[in-house]
Design a protein around this ligand. Structure first.
Ligand SMILES: Cc1cc2nc3c(=O)[nH]c(=O)nc-3n(C[C@H](O)[C@H](O)[C@H](O)COP(=O)(O)O)c2cc1C
Length: 349
């Protein structure tokens, strides 16, 4: 409540010309808090919500609740302890690339407050896998599962994509509980083509093999789980191909969905390119999760993401077949209180 009446109006006004300013302001505070153990405890006491009914066990990991932060919010992992203290059950950090890169020119995030939506064409700005790993080595690791989302560097040619992902996988292995292979962001040229059957098969084959090798080298009994994140704009045939490859290559889960190229649900015309997220994405994201659930016959768990704002949206996504859910745009519009609101309602459902 305090967030919507007090914090949001100020932060949104300060960043009216470039919403990314708001993001950096908040990330800076999260990064500072992440190194202050007493403050983390206070944040946790104010925001946490625990109940045995919310706990989940998947991918050999324990999730204290099913509400996760979606990929792309904490790209460099500088605020993970503070984000965990806000009450998330898990966090997907990144997307990280092999090489440090600035992303697309700003402005590259656009607010559509009347529809509680965003368009973004960030293009994976991040400090690169090696620098991120160095930073993580100096920061406490939160107690909740942390996944690292891996993407392709813009400068890397398509035919060298596999090596690019493997480099980041190696660097982040000590800090990751699971990995997400991001082949679905619309803002890196050629990335979505990696969702096609052959390139996806090559990529996943190499990544899953590498996690097995890393497990052997580090004396772990089981390799870390590899998940794939897909776009909402795939046809049923394309989703079928993704499922076939995931099952064949021992991928452990599918995240659906990333942002959409569609502009359905926006009431204001916009020529901005990029991916649309938030409320207008919800119906399609649920549809994709339903389809995956039907086709997967419970062979793989699904993480549902897209336009989850209300307890009913969360329930709809779980009823469609998701085992866990993630939020991003509603976290921006509603503030951190949304995590507890969703968890409370699921607990009392
Ligand atoms: C500004 C912004 C940046 C994003 N960056 C990433 C990213 O780097 N990697 C990724 O997998 N998804 C990224 N996403 C997509 C979200 O993780 C999520 O899949 C999508 O926004 C739909 O969920 P939502 O409607 O709850 O926001 C980004 C979304 C936004 C709004």
């Amino acid at each position: 409540m305090l967030f919507k009446t007090l914090v949001r109006p100020v932060v949104f006004r300060l960043s009216a010309n470039d919403p990314e300013i708001a993001h950096h302001l908040i990330m800076q505070q999260l990064a500072v808090a992440s190194h202050l153990p007493l403050l983390l405890k206070i944040i946790e006491a104010a925001n946490g919500y625990a109940s045995p009914r919310l706990e989940r066990n998947l991918f050999g990991l324990h999730f204290p609740n099913p509400i996760g932060l979606a990929g792309g919010f904490d790209k460099n992992g500088h605020g993970l302890p503070a984000l965990a203290a806000l009450g998330f059950g898990f966090i997907e950090a990144g997307t990280v690339t092999r090489y440090a890169q600035p992303g697309n020119p700003r402005p590259r995030i656009f607010r559509f407050s009347e529809n509680e939506a965003l368009i973004n064409r960030m293009g994976f700005p991040n400090t690169g896998a090696a620098a991120i790993a160095e930073h993580l080595a100096r920061q406490p690791k939160p107690a909740i599962p942390i996944g690292w989302s891996l993407g392709k560097s813009k400068v890397t040619p398509q035919e060298e994509a596999v090596a690019d992902y493997l480099y980041s996988l190696h660097k982040l292995d000590p800090f990751a509980d699971f990995f997400t292979v991001n082949v679905s962001s619309p803002n890196t040229p050629g990335l979505r083509q990696l969702q096609e059957k052959e390139p996806l098969d090559q990529l996943l084959h190499a990544i899953v093999d590498e996690t097995a090798l890393l497990a052997q080298q580090t004396g772990r009994t089981t390799p870390k789980a590899v998940l794939v994140k897909i776009a909402p704009d795939l046809t049923e045939e394309q989703i079928d191909d993704v499922i076939d490859v995931c099952l064949q290559r021992n991928v452990q889960g599918i995240i659906a969905t990333n942002t959409t190229l569609s502009r359905t649900g926006l009431t204001r015309q916009s020529a901005e390119t990029g991916g649309l997220s938030g409320r207008p994405l919800h119906t399609r994201a649920v549809e994709v999760v339903s389809y995956l659930y039907k086709r997967l016959e419970q062979k793989l768990p699904i993480i549902g993401v897209g336009g989850i704002f209300e307890p009913d949206d969360a329930k709809r996504m779980l009823d469609a077949g998701a085992s866990l859910i993630q939020i991003y745009t509603s976290f921006i519009y509603e503030g951190p209180g949304i995590i507890k609101t969703l968890n409370k309602s699921l607990d009392h459902d």
